[in-house]
Each structure stands twice: as C-alpha cells, then as structure tokens.
Design a protein around this ligand. Structure first.
Ligand SMILES: Cc1ncc(COP(=O)(O)O)c(C=O)c1O
Length: 433
C-alpha cells in the first residue's frame, strides 16, 4: 500500500482494507456501493498540519478550507471546530456554513457569476469578505449594499497572468482565464470602491489553479499581489489588510507524484510576503490561503463493486473491470484525465496480476476510472477501493443515467457514521412534474 496515497489509518487485516478502524468490506455490505468513506483522523490531521505549518511562520494566517472540494454539514462542522475559515461559491454552500455554525466572519464568498440573491445573502449574513471577481459584480454589490450602516469587506480577485503547470481545465491564473480582474482594471475598481461608502477594500486575492506541485508560481502570485497592494497604497492611499494567493497545492494520487511539504510551502509564502512588503515599505498584511484538495483528498476512499469483465485492445490483451460507479460520482478521469490508485478491498494482500482498466457504468466511452491499474485478478462481486477520492468527486457528482448519488460515511475509531445518505428513487423523481 502506498502510504501517502491512502488515509493515515489504512490497514490490511485478513486481506481486507480497514479505514478508521472499520472493515471496508463490512461497510460496503451494510451501506451498499458505490460508497464514499471519509477518514476523520486524516481529515483533521491535514487541517492541523496546515495550522501548525503556518503558525510556525509567525504571521497572522487565515486558513480557509475551499468547500468546492467537498462540502456537507458534518464536514463544515469539523472545519469550524478546527478553527479554519471556509470559502464558499454558492448561496447553498453559504447556507451549509451557516447551518454548521461557522462564524460568518470566517467565510469568504467567491464566484465569477454570483447571483443577486447570493450577494444579498452574503451581505445579510455578514460574511467576512465577498471576493469580487469583475467590475460588473462590483457595481451590483455597490448597488445592493448602498445605505447599509456597516461597510461590507471585499477582496478583489486579480488575474495575475501566471501559468501554473497543471491541466488546462484547472489552471485559473493565465491571461485567458475567465476568473478575476485583469491588472489593468485595478484603477477602475479602486476608484469605484473609494466612491462607495458601503464597501471597504480589505484585500487582494488570486488563485492560479489546482494540483500544483512547484512552489515558484505560487510565490510569484503572491509577489504580484504585493505589487498590486503597493500600487493601491501609492496611488489611492489604500492599505490592504489581507492578501490571499489562493489554494492549489497538489496531492499525490499515484506513486510517481511527490508529496509537497507544507512547511516548505508555508515558509516560501511567508518569506515572499515579508520580503515583498519590506521592499515596498508596506505593513505586512494577514495572509489567507484556501486549500481544498490538500485538506480532503487523501481522507476519502471510494468503494465500488466489480460487476463484470471484458477483454479488449489489441489481441484482446487487456481486461476491463466494470464497476457500479464511475463518472457520475467521480468526473475527474473523464473531465481531465485524472489518474488514481486502487486496491481490491476484499483481497488486498494478494499479488497483482496483469494491469487492468477499470470502466465505469455510465453511457460514455470515456467513463474509465483507471487505466493500467495494478490489482490482483478480480471477479464479479469483488470490492474495488479507489484512493485519494475525497476532493472534487462527490462535490461534482451528477445523476447521469438517473442513478442516485452515493452515501458518504465518516469513519473513526471503529465507528462509521452516515454523514450524507445515499439518494433514492424518490429523490430522483421528486422534481418531475
Ligand atoms: C478560488 C479558489 N480557491 C481555492 C481553490 C482550492 O484549490 P485546491 O483544492 O486545489 O486547493 C479553488 C479551486 O480551484 C479556487 O477556485
């Protein structure tokens, strides 16, 4: 078992994969498949490692979990308990944060096309900051907030024109990105905010993409933010209180991918901020980071039942294992060729056979969860566990082919708790008139 890829509590007993002290074979029998399992120790451990690494820099640092990676009530409560903040991108994510008791001043409202109702909710509930994406949104927010007694804090999301070495679909900081204000719009934004007493410019934000392993583009992003803060200071006498270079740190999904060091990441950002502020003669603002994947990915394991097999390819040399889930619960392989590691959860200690491809059950030829997976020979009824499945899986899940979305369990100390029940046919038909 690749230790850095599976949850920290993973163990093999009698050939069965155990997570959080629970036998995954028993979990699948009791709750059905596909099934997602979230290991509480790995989840909380990742949050605490982040906190410790950034506390060690001596800076004031806000760690905001990016809820787009995965969100539900139980998870939001854990985020609140662990003293993290939360980034939300929709009115409903904001509702989950509120229901979970997350202090609203620790919530940032993101999004490049927020609706009027979402902005109104963010204002009414007093979120810590609305992260304004473009000049039109600034105008909407200015109109909606007019006359309010307390100014609403905002961050301006900038498009720093930095290309991250990641898949184009998850690169968000390049010059062609749909996200953020171009630097040339900074003057217009600053003038508008200064003329709007109901808004207060608290800071600047950028996020260049996800699954990034090199620290240099993340440092460069922060340098761009510091330079923009200096520009605002010189030209508009605005002193920003917060700079956020976003999230994006990568995680290993396969044995050939590295495990980034959080201490190095924290030190690199802290040094960049201190040096940049000193060079521009600025007070050092609060640093905010927004990790999603690197908090939740490793804690999650997906369990699928093997339904059938087929030989394919040249000379029919490669086997497809058909499983009972796929692109509706995990779109990442079909969307951007994401790679995963897997094991047979009910026969985890057996030696591997020839590499196999794992096909999802959905009606797209591209619904293949894994290519060339190293597994023991499998037969129908076996249980496949896919590692590192906590991030951008269930949060992007659909009901394609009218299938119910899987249940999500939280496991710890031998106990499993359903934190999101499986959908059923009544749920699926509830909207049909
Ligand atoms: C604005 C913003 N912040 C944070 C994140 C979280 O990124 P990651 O999950 O890679 O840490 C994202 C995701 O793409 C994002 O768009």
């Amino acid at each position: 078992m690749q230790k850095q890829i599976w949850p920290i509590t993973s163990a093999i007993h009698n050939g069965h994969l155990h997570i959080g002290g629970c036998d995954t074979v028993a979990l699948a029998a009791a709750h059905g498949t596909p099934l997602y399992v979230l290991d509480e120790a790995t989840l909380r451990g990742a949050m605490r490692t982040y906190r410790a690494a950034f506390d060690a820099t001596g800076l004031a640092v806000g760690i905001h979990y990016a809820s787009k990676a995965l969100l539900n009530l139980a998870l939001a409560k854990i985020v609140a308990q662990e003293d993290l903040g939360l980034d939300v991108v929709s009115g409903t994510e904001l509702l989950v944060a509120q229901r979970a008791g997350m202090p609203m001043d620790r919530v940032h409202m993101h999004g490049n096309a927020k609706s009027q109702a979402e902005l109104q909710r963010a204002l009414d509930w007093g979120v810590g900051a609305v992260v304004v994406d473009n000049l039109d949104e600034l105008a909407h927010l200015a109109a909606l907030s007019a006359g309010r007694p307390q100014p609403q804090g905002i961050l301006l999301r900038l498009a720093p024109s930095i290309d991250a070495d990641t898949h184009a679909h998850i690169a968000t900081g390049g010059s062609g990105s749909k996200f953020g204000l171009s630097l040339t719009a900074l003057d217009a934004a600053a003038k508008h905010i200064l003329a709007t007493p109901s808004l207060r410019l608290d800071g600047l934000h950028a996020h260049i993409g996800s699954q990034i392993f090199a620290l240099e583009p993340l440092r460069t992003t922060l340098k761009v933010l510091v330079a923009a803060a200096a520009y605002l200071h010189t030209n508009y006498q605005i002193t920003v209180r917060e700079l956020s270079p976003g999230g994006g740190l990568g995680v290993p999904y396969t044995s050939d991918q590295p495990q980034p060091d959080l201490g190095e990441y924290a030190t690199a950002l802290a040094q960049t901020l201190r040096t940049g502020c000193a060079a521009h003669n600025l007070p050092v603002p609060r640093l905010t980071i927004e990790p999603g994947r690197s908090i939740v990915a490793r804690a999650g394991v997906a369990l699928y039942r093997v339904m059938g097999r087929k030989m394919h390819g040249e000379g029919e040399a490669v086997q497809y294992l058909h499983v009972d889930g796929g692109m509706a619960d995990n779109l990442r392989p079909a969307l951007y060729g994401a790679r995963y590691s897997a094991m047979l959860a009910n026969n985890a200690a057996a030696p591997a056979g020839p590499p196999v491809d794992v096909a999802g059950r959905y009606c797209e030829a591209g619904d293949v969860l894994l290519r060339g997976a190293s597994l023991p020979p499998a037969t129908p009824g076996d249980l496949l566990a896919v590692a590192t499945s906590g991030a951008y899986t269930l949060s992007m899940a659909s009901n394609y082919n009218l299938t119910p979305r899987p249940a999500l369990l939280l496991v710890a100390d031998g106990q499993a708790q359903v934190i999101q029940r499986r959908e059923n046919e009544t749920d699926l038909l509830a909207r049909d008139a």
